[in-house]
Design a protein around this ligand. Structure first.
Ligand SMILES: [Zn+2]
Length: 107
């Protein structure tokens, strides 16, 4: 078991106390779900946040990590979409550089 007070899946720092049902509240998660025959011992238990525990449900670790990966990709894409992007298709002229400098694009 390789986690140190962070969620085994999303790595959010886990909280032990605090408001009930806080998404970061520490829970024990069965890596192989109990419903699929996973054991309730230390070989199959990890500390996970309540949010991941609920969302993982009866998914396998791989399936759930795929869900998290897609979510991270989507969040990254949305973040990128909100940032001005400049594509260079030719050499940059002094004029371009001046323009970029004026609009605050760091080079
Ligand atoms: Zn988590």
């Amino acid at each position: 078991m390789a986690n140190n007070c962070v969620c085994y899946y999303c790595e959010v720092p886990l909280t032990k106390f605090g408001p009930d049902n806080a998404p970061t509240m520490i829970t024990w998660d069965h890596i192989i779900p109990k419903a699929k025959g996973g054991a309730s011992d230390y070989s199959n238990l990890v500390a996970a946040c309540l949010k991941c525990n609920k969302e993982k449900g009866t998914l396998s670790e791989d399936e759930f990590r795929t869900v998290l990966w897609h979510r991270a990709q989507k969040a990254r894409a949305e973040k990128m979409a909100n940032q001005p992007t400049v594509f260079f298709t030719r050499e940059i002229s002094m004029e371009d550089l001046k323009f970029l400098y004026e609009v605050g694009v760091s080079i």
